[in-house]
Every structure is written in structure tokens, then in C-alpha cells.
Write a protein that binds this ligand. Structure first.
Ligand code: PLP
Length: 346
């Protein structure tokens, strides 16, 4: 019992130290998920219902929900069609005296566009919060994702397999966020962890197992917990252990994922990513929704993306896997081109 809690404690500390050393940041606070970290961060900022947080439209629903539940207003803004990250012009036209923070998502691990957003935040005195759920290990011109802004939030279930877990990362004083988190100590049931584990398989080489279950057992939203804000706030020891073991080796994983992306680039329409992205997903941009839908319904591997953005109808994605062979990647290229072309001829 005592040994068990010692192990748990030490991996929580180990993962905090690992992230803090890698990003050269003072504070890493663990949570039950990324959305949970984001929720407590917004809550700690004491924003009122007129205070606005800009978030990209191409996003997991749980993040605008977190803002709302924390008592503020999220303003959903379009992304750039090439980078899938916030469109700077659209951001500018949505800024007003109520804008208190901009939430920059490094979509699929891509950091392009953050410097422009950072400059704007500095000029206007607005907080910059980064979402590096897909982007641990990504950098742009030598600056690491998670170190551009005032705060960053991270998920332990997107670049790895895990039961849950997330982190808030910052050089600022975060003691009030910790206090808030600890004031609400609610545990989660075993089922929540199992669901999260299945959902996180979705992000890895075993995503087909998760996909099977998502298709078979329940609606994808339910299994992926897209709309749900956690009722428990703490990262548990085993989540920290899994995160530590996988983050330790992430550079090698990213290098292989980069090779996969480079194999596709130029052969299919895909996201424009920086050379040092983390390449967490491979995306395929179809000419229109019918072609995309046709492709998805004829492939087990191509998946639909988040709804509600200008790119949503054209896109399908595949979680990028270190196990993809050249043959497999060529199959993706052929499949994409076949479906895109087939429809164009209609
Ligand atoms: C970019 C991004 N940020 C945050 C989240 C939420 O992460 P978590 O499940 O750890 O709350 C997701 C989930 O899909 C995501 O894709």
C-alpha cells in the first residue's frame, strides 16, 4: 500500500519534471485531462460572462464547453484552410474590449501561425493560452510548442495511449489553479478510465480497435467523451506512469511520423505543417463533401473530423502511426486520389 502510493507519487513528480525540463518551464500541474486543466485555468482567471475567450471553430466541443462552465464566453473563430490553425485576420476582426484570452490550438501538432497571434496578444494585452494536446515535441523556428504563450494545456491521451490525464504548463504563478483543483476532490469510476483508454487507442497504432468499438458499441461522441467535462480533477499514478514512459520516447516517434507525412506531402492535398511539427495526424483534403463522405464510407481507416468549420466538410484524417509501412502510405495516396478523382468526373 505504502509502496504503491510511493510509486504513484514518484511518477507524478517524474512526469512533471520531464515536461518542465523539456519545455524549460517552472510550473507543471497535473489534471484528469486537458479539458479539465483548461476549465480550472479559465475559472482561476475569474472571468465574467461578458469576458470573451477566442477559440478556433475546428475544435473538440469540450473546450468551448469548459469556457462556458467556467463562467466566460467562447467566441468561435475560423481557421486557415491550409494550416488548420486560427486565421489571424478572422481573429483580428473578432477582438474587442471584452477579449481576455486567445486559445491557440496547435492543430494536429502544427505550430504555424502562432507568432502572429502572439504578437497580437502582446499588442492588445490579451492572454495567450496554447493547446498542445497534439503538439508536445513540436517547435517553430526553435521555439517549442507550449512556451509561446502565458499558459499551455496538454492531454495525456492524444499522442499516447492512456487512461486519462492532462497538464497545465506555465512560468506564471499557478497556485490559485492548484487550490481550485484541490478544493473539489471527486474520484472517477472505473468505467470512465476504461472509456478513456479505449478512446486513446483511437490516437495510436491500435486505433482500429477503438474505431470498431466506436462504430459498434455506441455513438462516437459518447465513447470519445467529446462533450463531457470531467467530474474528477486529479491525474492518477498510473496515468502519470504511462505518460512518463511514452513522453520519454516521443522524439523517435515524431521522427517516424514526420517521414510518413513527408511521404504524403505533394501526393495528396493535406495540411501545411511546419518542418518541426509533431505530425500527430495525417489529413486528406477532398474537393468536396460528397467525395469525402464517399471515401469515408468506403474505408475503415479514413475518419471524419470535428464539425462546424470551413474545412470540416472536406477533410478526413488518419491517426499517424509509427507502424505505417511505405506500402500502407501508398495505399492511402491511391485511395485518396481514386476517390477525389472519381467524384470530380461525376
Ligand atoms: C486539440 C485538443 N485539445 C484538447 C482536447 C481535450 O483533451 P482531453 O480529452 O484530455 O480533455 C482534445 C480532444 O479531442 C483535442 O483534440
Amino acid at each position: 500500500m505504502f509502496l504503491g502510493s510511493l510509486v504513484k507519487m514518484s511518477y507524478k513528480n517524474k512526469v512533471k519534471k520531464l515536461i518542465s525540463k523539456e519545455l524549460n518551464v517552472k510550473n507543471v500541474v497535473l489534471f484528469s485531462s486537458c479539458r479539465n486543466a483548461f476549465y480550472f485555468l479559465i475559472k482561476s482567471l475569474n472571468l465574467g460572462f461578458n469576458d470573451e475567450v477566442i477559440i478556433q471553430k475546428f475544435i473538440c466541443d469540450s473546450l468551448p464547453i469548459a469556457v462556458k462552465q467556467a463562467g466566460a464566453k467562447s467566441i468561435l473563430v475560423e481557421v486557415n484552410k491550409d494550416t488548420f490553425n486560427l486565421d489571424i485576420e478572422k481573429v483580428k476582426s473578432n477582438i474587442n474590449e471584452n477579449t481576455k484570452a486567445i486559445f491557440f490550438v496547435h492543430t494536429y501538432g502544427n505550430s504555424i501561425g502562432i507568432n502572429e497571434i502572439k504578437k497580437l496578444c502582446q499588442e492588445k494585452g490579451i492572454l495567450l493560452i496554447e493547446d498542445i494536446a497534439h503538439a508536445y515535441g513540436s517547435s517553430l523556428n526553435g521555439v517549442k510548442a507550449g512556451t509561446f504563450g502565458d499558459y499551455a494545456v496538454y492531454s495525456f491521451t492524444k499522442q499516447m495511449v492512456n487512461f486519462g490525464g492532462g497538464a497545465l504548463i506555465s512560468n506564471k504563478d499557478v497556485s490559485n489553479v492548484v487550490e481550485l483543483r484541490d478544493s473539489m476532490k471527486v474520484g472517477a469510476g472505473l468505467f470512465v478510465y476504461l472509456k478513456r483508454f479505449m478512446a486513446s487507442l483511437y490516437e495510436t497504432r491500435a486505433f482500429f480497435v477503438s474505431k470498431l468499438l466506436i462504430d459498434f458499441v455506441s455513438g462516437s461522441d459518447d465513447l470519445k467523451l467529446t462533450n463531457v467535462l470531467d467530474k474528477h480533477n486529479h491525474c492518477i499514478g498510473i496515468e502519470a506512469f504511462f505518460a512518463y514512459m511514452q513522453l520519454k520516447n516521443i522524439k523517435k516517434v515524431i521522427e517516424k511520423k514526420k517521414q510518413n507525412y513527408l511521404m504524403l506531402r505533394g501526393k495528396v492535398k493535406t495540411q501545411r505543417m511546419g518542418e518541426n511539427s509533431s505530425f500527430n495526424y495525417l489529413s486528406f483534403f477532398f474537393d468536396n463533401k460528397d467525395l469525402r463522405d464517399d471515401a469515408i464510407s468506403n474505408s475503415f481507416l479514413f475518419l471524419p473530423v470535428w464539425k462546424n468549420s470551413v474545412i470540416s466538410d472536406n477533410l478526413a484524417f488518419v491517426p499517424n502511426s509509427v507502424d505505417f509501412s511505405r506500402k500502407k502510405l501508398k495505399k492511402f495516396v491511391n485511395f485518396f486520389n481514386k476517390y477525389n478523382k472519381k467524384g470530380s468526373l461525376k
